[in-house]
Design a protein around this ligand. Structure first.
Ligand code: DGL
Length: 293
C-alpha cells in the first residue's frame, strides 16, 4: 500500500518563514528516551537553543504500524517547525526507521525545502561498523525498529560483510517509561532478550542499543554479557554527528539560535513529564504541555 495515499498531508496550512528564519534545534522522541540523546547533544553543543518534544500521550511508538508512526512523527515535526525550529533531530529510532525517509523525501519539499529533519540510525551505523572485529553485530531495539530492517539495510550500504542479528525487546520501553527498569521484574525481561540475542549468534562482539530509552538499562545489560562484548549507546555518536553536520552546513548553523536555552514540551500531563524526565536527566525540569491539534 502506498503510504502517501493513506496519510493525508496537512502541511499546506502551516505558516513557514523561509530562509531568513531562525530558531531552536528541535529534539523529538515518542517519550522520554530522546532525553538521553539531548543530554549528550547539549554537552557537545551547549551554546544552542533547544526544544524537546515528547509525544508521551501516544508512546510507545515501537509497537505501532508504519502509517501511524509516520503520521504521529510528522505531526510532531510540524509542531516543532511552528515553534520556529529550522532543524529537527528525530531522537527516536522507531521514528527514524519508519518516518524519516518519507518526511525528508515527501513532506519537507512541500513544507519548507530549507528546513531539515535528521535521524539517529545512519550516524549510529557509521560509528558502529568501525567497532566490530568479528563483523558480527547485535541489535537490541523496539519491535518496530527491528521489523523495519533499517539497521541491517543501513549497515550493508557501508559494510556488506557485517552480519547483524536483531532482537526485539517490546517490554523494555514500558518498563523504563514506568520507572520499573531497575526492578527484579525488569531483570527477567532484560536477561531473556540478551540471552536470546547471544544464543542467535555467538560471534557477536558489539551490541548496539538501537532505542534511545535503552541507555538506562546499559549497566544491567553489561552485567549479563561475557567479557569482550562492547555495548554501544547512541548519545555521543549522535551528538558528534550533529556537530559535524552543523560544521558542514554553515547556512543551517547560522539559523540555529544561540542563547543556551532549553524548553521541554510533552503531549501528556506536565507533572508526569517533569517528574519522570528527572530520572533520565538527573536534574529538575519544568515541562510545558503542548496540544498537537
Ligand atoms: N525511544 C524510541 C526509540 O528509540 C522508542 C520508544 C517507543 O517505543 O516509543 O526507538
Amino acid at each position: 500500500m502506498d503510504k502517501d495515499n493513506v496519510i493525508q498531508n496537512k502541511t499546506n496550512s502551516v505558516p513557514f518563514q523561509g530562509l531568513g528564519a531562525s530558531g531552536p534545534i528541535g529534539i523529538f522522541d515518542s517519550g522520554y528516551g530522546g532525553l538521553t540523546i539531548l543530554e549528550k547533544i547539549r554537552a557537545e553543543l551547549s551554546e544552542y537553543d533547544y526544544i524537546y518534544l515528547g509525544d508521551n500521550a501516544r508512546t510507545p511508538y515501537g509497537t505501532r504500524s508504519f502509517d501511524v508512526v509516520y503520521k504521529y512523527t510528522l505531526e510532531c515535526v510540524e509542531k516543532m517547525f511552528e515553534m520556529g525550529c529550522q532543524l529537527v533531530v528525530l531522537a527516536c529510532n522507531t521514528a527514524s526507521a519508519k518516518a524519516l525517509r518519507t518526511i525528508q523525501q515527501h513532506d519537507l519539499p512541500k513544507i519548507d525545502p530549507n528546513r531539515r529533519v535528521l535521524g539517529v540510525i545512519r550516524p549510529t551505523v557509521e560509528a558502529v561498523g568501525a567497532m566490530t572485529k568479528s563483523n558480527h553485530i547485535g541489535l537490541l531495539a523496539t519491535t518496530g525498529t527491528v521489523q523495519s530492517n533499517s539497521y541491517p539495510l543501513e549497515i550493508h550500504k557501508i559494510h556488506e560483510d557485517i552480519i547483524v542479528t536483531s532482537e526485539a525487546c517490546p517490554m523494555w520501553v514500558p518498563l523504563i517509561e514506568n520507572n520499573e527498569h531497575l526492578s527484579d521484574g525488569a531483570d527477567y525481561f532484560v536477561k531473556k532478550n540478551v540471552e536470546h540475542l547471544l544464543a542467535a549468534d555467538s560471534q557477536i562482539d558489539t551490541i548496539m542499543l538501537g532505542c534511545t530509552h535503552y541507555p538506562l538499562l546499559e549497566k544491567k545489560i553489561k552485567s549479563l554479557l561475557p567479557e569482550g562484548i562492547r555495548v554501544v549507546s547512541q548519545g555521543e555518536i549522535v551528538a558528534k554527528s550533529l556537530a559535524d553536520y552543523l560544521k558542514r552546513h554553515p547556512e543551517m548553523e547560522k539559523r540555529c539560535t544561540k542563547n543556551a536555552s532549553i524548553r521541554y514540551f510533552s503531549t501528556e500531563s506536565v507533572e508526569k513529564f517533569s517528574s519522570s524526565a528527572s530520572v533520565f536527566l538527573n536534574e529538575e525540569i519544568q515541562a510545558e504541555h503542548i496540544d498537537l491539534g
